[in-house]
Design a binder for this molecule. Structure first.
Ligand SMILES: NC(=[NH2+])NCCC[C@H](N)C(=O)O
Length: 251
């Protein structure tokens, strides 16, 4: 397995140990000056450049970043290797806002919607992502939807499933990209998240769902997004390292 670290939240570089995992490759994009969108898509493009050769070699890259928006880069890298993946999106949130519906302005809250084709001029087109059709995207958990997101999903082909129901038979056929925002895990087990949501599945349940999908042999790449604040102390840092190592090994 090749572990690719993308130590960014949007265009902000994270501190050295903010994603405590040993990495084979660290992605360092070259940023244009100015607007945040070309800077975000520079991260996605550099991620795709790192992912594509690993997939083309028949290996499964594991990408770790600080930000859900990196998912598009992972998917684009898998596409550059000649595959047409569906997406399983583990997240406490829907991430299906548009610039018009977001009430917070947090761009990570648009991430899945961007991957499925929203605002292509700002995102997908900039790094050659072919948007994933909404019926080839499944939301795992997404227990904290804003009203506009609930309205969109009620009419969308993107399905929502509890983590316990995620498995070979319930996800789309063909190759898969797994996107796991660590905030899918119950906030009580993972303090210090940017957008904590209680009432979620345990770490064990999330790791088991990822393991069920890995066992299908259809996982082409995995992205673990860590939108958390810097760890407040050593115990919290150690807990994060344990979570990531379990997700990486899916056991
Ligand atoms: N993947 C995430 N952490 N998303 C957080 C989104 C929170 C909220 N729904 C918003 O759009 O502002």
């Amino acid at each position: 397995m090749t572990t690719i670290l993308v130590p960014y939240h949007q265009d902000e570089r994270l501190a050295e140990d903010e994603i405590p995992v040993p990495a084979d490759v660290t992605v360092e994009p070259r940023f244009p000056d100015g607007d945040v969108w070309p800077r975000i898509t520079a991260v996605c493009d550099a991620t795709a450049v790192a992912v594509a050769p690993v997939v083309a070699d028949g290996a499964v890259p594991l990408v770790l970043s600080g930000d859900c928006l990196v998912a598009g880069g992972v998917i684009a890298g898998v596409q550059r290797a000649g595959l047409d993946p569906a997406v399983v999106w583990f997240d406490a949130h829907g991430d299906v806002h548009t610039l018009q519906t977001s009430t917070s302005g947090y761009l990570g809250g648009l991430a899945l919607r961007l991957v499925t084709g929203a605002h292509p001029g700002k995102y997908a087109d900039a790094f050659g992502l072919r948007p994933v059709s909404p019926e080839r995207a499944v939301l795992a958990d997404a227990r904290d939807l804003d009203p506009a997101e609930a309205a969109y999903l009620a009419a969308s082909a993107t399905r929502r499933l509890p983590v316990a129901e995620i498995g070979a038979a319930t996800v789309p056929p063909g190759p898969l990209v797994l996107h796991v925002d660590v905030d899918v895990v119950d906030a009580g087990e993972l303090p210090g998240l940017r957008f904590p949501v209680p009432g979620g599945p345990s770490t064990d349940a999330v790791v088991a769902a990822c393991a069920r999908l890995t066992a299908t042999g259809r996982v082409a790449a995995m992205h673990v997004a860590c939108p958390w604040w810097p760890a407040a102390d050593g115990a919290r840092q150690a807990a994060r390292a344990r979570l990531l190592s379990r997700l990486v090994s899916r056991s």
